[in-house]
Each structure stands twice: as C-alpha cells, then as structure tokens.
Design a protein around this ligand. Structure first.
Ligand code: ARG
Length: 480
C-alpha cells in the first residue's frame, strides 16, 4: 500500500518501521471524531469556495458511507496506512477518486489529531460523569436506608466516635460530587477548536475557522496555531481528575474489604458480585473491591506517564504525542468498568446493623461525650480527658462497655456524675447532638440526602446539556 506522503521517498518504509510507527490498532476508536471533523472541514472548504460544492457533497456522502462501513465492521484498517486519518482518507480516495484528494486541503494530521482527541475527550468525560451520577444516586439511596444505622466512625482505623452508616456513605457522595463538577470544568477548559492550526503555522487558504467551530459545537477557537497542535494539557487535567476518582473508588473499596472481613462482618457482599476460592470452600472474596483498588494504580500511572511524555517536548507537534492515546483510552476504559461495578457492589450488599452497633458499643466511642459532659459540669477539659481515660482503661481490663457501669461506678471517678450521664451515653443522643450542617444527626443527614437529590437532578441536566460529538455525528447520520 503506497503511503499518502510517498512523493519525496525513494523506497518503502520497512515492515518493522510500519509496525513501530502505526497507531491504527488503538486509534481506530477515533473514527467517529475523525469523520465528524472531516465533514465540518469539507463543508467549510466548500462554503469558502476552496473546493467545489459538488466535490464537497461527494466527499461528505462518502465519509458517511465509510462511517457506516466501519460501524458494521466491513472495513479493514491497514497498518501500513499508519493512523486513522490516513486510513479513512485513502478509503475515500479509493472510493471517489479525484474529489477525495481535495479533502486534506488546508489541514494537517497534526490539527486533525488535536481535534479528534478533544472530541473524544468530551465524550469520554461525559461517559464517566454519567457513571458517577448513577453511583452517587445509589450511595445516596443506601444512605437513606441507613440514616439511623449506628456504626463506629474511625480515625487511624481505631473506633473514634459514633456516627451512622448513612453519614459515612455521604462522605463518598461528597467526593464523587466534586469529581463530577471537576469534569464539567475540564470540559469547558478544553472547549477550544484547533482545526486551522494546520501542521503548525496555520494556512494561507481563506478558511473560516468559526464556521468549523460552529459545526463542531465548540465554545471558542484556539488562539495560537503552535499551541493548537501541541496542547494536551486537557488530557493531563482529565487524567488527574480520573486519578482522584480512582483514589476515591479505591478508598471506598478498602473500607468495603475491611467491612466484609470475617473480623468485622459489617456487610455481606452479594453472591453475584463475589468470588469463591478454588481450595477453601468457606471463602467468599471481595474481588470487585480489590480490583477497583488495584486498577486505581494504572489510572494514577497513566497520569504520571502523560506528564513525563509531555515534559521534554519542543513546539509544535512531535510524534511522542501519539503516546497519549493508550494512556488516556486505557484510563477511560477502566473507569467505565470500575464505577458501574462499584455501583452494583454497594447497591446489592447487605448491611449487618447488629455487628455495626456492637462494634460501636465495644469501641468506647462515647468517651469524648463523657468528657464533654464533665466539662459542662464545670471541670477543665484536660482533667475530664484524664478521668475518662481511666474509666476506659478500667473498662477495657474488665472487658465491659461504658454503658455497663452504674452511677455509683461513675461517681467513683468524679462526684460530678449524675443520673443524666446515661442520657449522654445513649448513642442516638450522641449522634443527634451533632446537628450542624455536615454533622451525623439523623435529621441533618436526611436533609443532606434531600439536598443531594436536588444536586443530582441539577447535575444530570448540566451533564446532558454538554455537547456530545458522538451524538452529533449519529444525528447527522440518522438524517442521511
Ligand atoms: N497518530 C498521530 C498521533 O497520535 C497523528 C499523526 C500526526 N502527524 C504526523 N505528522 N505524524 O499523534
């Protein structure tokens, strides 16, 4: 297969070179974006009378046919044609001859790939956002079922203070909400159309960049042709948000693994989302959570790889940039699997409320409250801390919870203790005394769940209002 650029070459590239150089194997997923970009470009070339409207129509119609052919699996990409751009262009020329050769007027593969990646990134991040929104909805619903399910809140993985499972889950809701918003911001940050930068120095044809921008639904244009072809900052930004998402999924996974352990038994994972052991018949393993925790490694790694790849590049296009694809595609693919799996895992698990309550009682989680009680009776906090510390020490030796002591026992530590200490020791009272915005009180958590529902419907609307290039091309094709 002769190369589209073989004019100045005297011999063919070696097969080894072709294999090393080609990106088509992983780049073929860009075909919808490449074709959409070409349609926008060819319409503009015709509007500007750079090519004839007959040629433009022929090209556009054939591009749509090629799209359908690729979609149907009827088209074999050729490694010797290197990338998605040259594969599509050469099929076009094969099919329609001379007219096809006019498509590449006033553009370069450099601005083409810059465009394709931006279009792809838009759909990729919208896809991840949609998964996150439905994970958030699942966590919020589960939180609603567990507004009153008491569990020990931890620091250093040591039982600290009583909270509820609902409150705990809402912490993850907040993290994932931030991730969705960051992705919306990242969408707007990348929303500048690079076509017209051409190879690096723009073009002398009387192109109309704004017309292309309009067809492709971009907010603005890139304002420097060198930057237009070399900018991959948006991939770093998204990859960094992806890394945070992966970290949040990994944190939640780690907790699920702990809660599901035989020592804790706080939750029981659904059989449909667990695995067994080939040797130990009693085992039921949390593989989904472990894989989410594990896969976060490669997503964080992709961010690092992207940064290092970009670090030493001079302006403008360099082939190193081709390396961005597998890193970015891979991370998107992993998140597209991990987030829905996490949603399944949390929405099918059984919560063992008794085990959570027992752990809260055994964990002396009321201790801070007892100290605060004594402070309210007029003692200094440091002194109270010390008194309660010795109560805990004695209870620990006697293997008793703090609720097992009588008023007499308490008075033995301080004469400030009165009968009302038992109200203070009530876990529900402790939790409900913390009713500030963001606190674990039942009513506060219920209000937050309601607020999250509103947030969800607002953000579902925001995300679905983001222009999806894939939808755009599919609409174009359904009309054709
Ligand atoms: N496949 C290439 C990439 O991913 C696009 C081709 C760039 N142009 C070139 N002159 N080799 O960056």
């Amino acid at each position: 297969m002769p190369k589209l650029w073989n004019g100045r070459f005297e011999k063919d590239t070696s097969e080894m070179m072709d294999v090393f150089n080609a990106s088509i194997a992983f780049e073929q997923r860009l075909f919808p974006y490449d074709i959409l970009g070409s349609i926008a470009h060819v319409r503009m070339l015709s509007k500007q009378a750079i090519i004839s409207s007959d040629d433009a129509e022929l090209i556009e119609t054939e591009l749509k046919t090629i799209y359908k052919g690729i979609e149907a699996g009827d088209i074999d990409f050729k490694l010797s044609l290197e990338d998605i751009h040259m594969n599509i262009e050469s099929i076009l020329i094969d099919h329609i001859g001379e007219a096809g050769k006019r498509l590449h007027t006033g553009r370069s593969r450099n601005d083409q790939i810059a465009l394709d990646m931006k279009l792809y990134a838009k759909d990729a991040l919208i896809g991840v956002q949609k998964h996150l929104l439905s994970l958030i909805a699942a966590l919020n619903t589960l939180a609603f079922d567990h507004v009153e399910t008491i569990m020990p809140g931890c620091t250093h993985l040591q039982n600290a203070q009583p909270i509820t499972f609902g409150h705990h889950l809402l912490a993850y809701v907040e993290k994932f909400k931030r991730d969705v918003i960051k992705l919306t911001d990242a969408y707007h940050h990348l929303d500048a159309m690079p076509l017209g930068s051409s190879a690096l120095a723009s073009t002398s044809y009387p192109i109309d960049r704004n017309a292309v921008k309009e067809t492709l639904g971009f907010e603005s244009l890139t304002y420097n042709s060198l930057d237009g072809v070399s900018d991959r900052d948006y991939l770093v930004e998204i990859a960094s948000i992806y890394s945070l998402i992966a970290i949040h999924l990994s944190n939640l996974s780690e907790e699920i693994i702990i809660w599901n352990s035989s020592a804790y038994h706080f939750i029981t994972l659904d059989d449909a989302y667990s695995t067994g052991s080939s040797i130990m018949p009693q085992k039921k393993n949390p593989d989904v959570a472990e894989l989410c925790r594990g896969k976060s490694g490669r997503i964080i790694g992709a961010l690092q790889s992207l940064l290092v790849t970009l670090k030493g590049l001079p302006l403008a296009y360099n082939k190193d940039l081709q390396e961005d694809k597998e890193m970015f595609f891979g991370s998107t693919d992993q998140l597209d699997l991990m987030i829905p799996m996490m949603e399944k895992l949390v929405s099918t698990m059984t919560v063992n409320q008794d085990a959570m309550l027992e752990a809260t009682l055994k964990g002396f989680t009321e201790a801070t409250e007892i100290a605060d009680y004594l402070v309210k009776k007029g003692l200094a906090f440091r002194e109270c801390h010390h008194i309660v510390g010795s109560i805990v020490k004695d209870c620990e030796k006697a293997r008793l919870p703090l609720t097992a002591l009588s008023l007499e026992d308490y008075k033995g530590y301080s004469d400030q203790f009165e009968a009302d200490i038992f109200e203070v020791l009530d876990l529900k009272n402790i939790i409900n005394s913390k009713a500030h915005v963001g606190g674990p009180a039942f009513e506060t958590v219920k209000a937050q769940i309601k607020a999250n529902e509103l947030w969800l419907s607002d953000n579902q609307e925001i995300v679905s209002s983001l222009y999806s290039p894939l939808n755009a091309i599919q609409q174009m094709l359904s009309a054709y």
